[in-house]
Each structure stands twice: as C-alpha cells, then as structure tokens.
Design a protein around this ligand. Structure first.
Ligand SMILES: N[C@@H](CCC(=O)N[C@@H](CS)C(=O)NCC(=O)O)C(=O)O
Length: 250
C-alpha cells in the first residue's frame, strides 16, 4: 500500500514514444527487449527502477502481473514476461518467419538462446575482483559460449545447407537472428572477440543484423539506451530494489 494505505498511482506511458520500458539501470532481462525494440524501430522511453519504493509501487498498483520486471507499455497494453514480450515484438515487426514451422523453430531457438544468455545475466553478480579471479570468471563465461554457441552455429549451418541462407530459420531474418546477434555481441564484450573465431555463421548473422541500415540498430548501439556491462554498482542497485542482499558477492 502507498502512504496512508492508498494504492499508489499507476505509472502512465510516456506520450512521445511508441513504448515505455521499466527496468533497472542495466542490461539484464530487459536487454533482449531493447534490441528487439531498436531493430523493429519502435521508439521507447526507459523508466529506471533504482529505488525499492518505486518497484513496490509497481507491484502494489498491479502493473507487474507476476511481481517481476521488465514491464513494457506498448499499443495500449502492459506486458510482462520477457519472452512473451519478445514474441509480441517479433510478430508486430513481422519477424517470425513465413510458415507455422518457421515460427515454432524460432520459438525453440529463442528458448535455447535465453539459456545461453543466462550466464551473462548473472555476470554482474558473479564477477570477481582481482586479476586471477577475473580471468577465471572469463573462462567460465567462455565455456558457456562455446557450449551454447556451437549448437547455434550448427543450426545456421544446417539451414544454409538446405539452400536457405545464413540465418537461423528460413530464408530471411527472424527475431532469433536478432537475439543471436545480441548474445554474440555481449559474449564478445565480456570475453573478447577472439571467442568468435570458430563461429563464422554466428558472426555472419551478427554482421547481417548490425549492418542492416534499414533498422534502428546503429543509432541504438551508439546511443545511451544500451547500457555498458553490469558493474558491482549495478548489482548493488538490483540487490537493494529487490531487497535481496544475497545477490551481492561478499
Ligand atoms: N520470467 C520472468 C523473470 C523476470 C525476473 O526474474 N525479474 C526479476 C528481475 S531481473 C524480478 O523482477 N524479480 C522480482 C523479485 O525477485 O522479487 C521474465 O522473463 O520476465
């Protein structure tokens, strides 16, 4: 309840952009959504949740259906659950392939990509201090990429052998290519671009997504709507907002 037992006021969407995204001041589970918004040229405002009270207000006024961020206001709706939001944006942007089979393959691959991305989501909370510990942390992340990336590389190779093109599904870009480009870009930032040397197909997809001048990716990546790698300060904000001290490394 808000002050005096009243329900706090609902947060209204920004009136000058197509969408309003609520999340902590960092990448996390909102990041795939940001890339999808940028790729499909949906303008968006970010509402930064960096205080526990603001988070509780969203919960208490019923805007977080399951009590969790991210929240996206778009087309007169309030959407939660990151993977449902991504699928909505994919359909809205005509990025789910051409057939029902393409669509279910995209679903399967998107489910896998979130598993591959998960170690990156945890990185701000597991990042260790000191040269040796940092190198070890990098090695752990690198191993996650090699394991997950190898399967994704094989998916593109198989699709290409069917005469389709260097995409994950079908013969044109789908949203899972955008999600893969995001994943590849983030892993390269964490571990160094040399981790992609043996992944020519993943690199080709990343290149196709980042170099497509008809989307909003370039502007997005050079602007301030994409956050840097999560720091210990970011981890502290998330821990405070969620009231989860155990998230912070001692
Ligand atoms: N399945 C949800 C998970 C979202 C999630 O775990 N959100 C975290 C922040 S990244 C949260 O808000 N947790 C609230 C809490 O633990 O109280 C999704 O994909 O959106």
């Amino acid at each position: 309840m808000g002050q005096g037992g009243s329900v706090p006021e609902r947060e209204q969407p920004h009136s000058k952009t197509d969408a309003t995204l609520y999340y902590f001041p960092g990448r996390g589970m909102a990041d795939q959504i940001r890339w999808m918004l940028a790729y499909t040229e949906v303008s968006f405002t970010q509402r930064i949740i960096n205080k526990r009270e603001r988070f509780l207000n969203l919960v208490e006024n019923g805007q977080l259906a399951f009590g969790k961020l991210p929240l996206l206001q778009i087309d007169g709706q309030e959407l939660v659950e990151s993977q449902a939001i991504i699928r909505y944006l994919a359909k809205r942007g005509n990025l789910v392939g051409k057939t029902a089979t393409d669509e279910v393959y995209c679903d399967m691959i998107a489910c896998n990509i979130i598993d591959v991305v998960s170690p990156l989501l945890r990185a701000p909370f597991t990042r260790a201090q000191g040269e040796e510990a940092e190198a070890k942390h990098k090695e752990v992340l690198k191993a996650s990429w090699i394991k997950g990336g190898t399967r994704l590389e094989m998916c593109i190779e198989r699709n290409k052998k069917k005469g389709k093109g260097a995409f994950l599904v079908g013969d044109c870009v789908t949203y899972v290519d955008v999600l893969l480009a995001h994943c590849v870009t983030w892993y390269a930032e964490e571990c160094g671009s040399e981790i992609l040397e043996d992944f020519p197909y993943c690199l080709a997809v990343q290149h196709a997504i980042l170099s497509n001048s008809e989307t909003g990716m370039r502007k997005f990546l050079s602007g301030n709507q994409w956050y840097p790698l999560g720091s210990t300060e970011y981890a502290a904000v998330v821990s405070e907002v969620l009231n989860k001290p155990e998230l912070i490394r001692k």
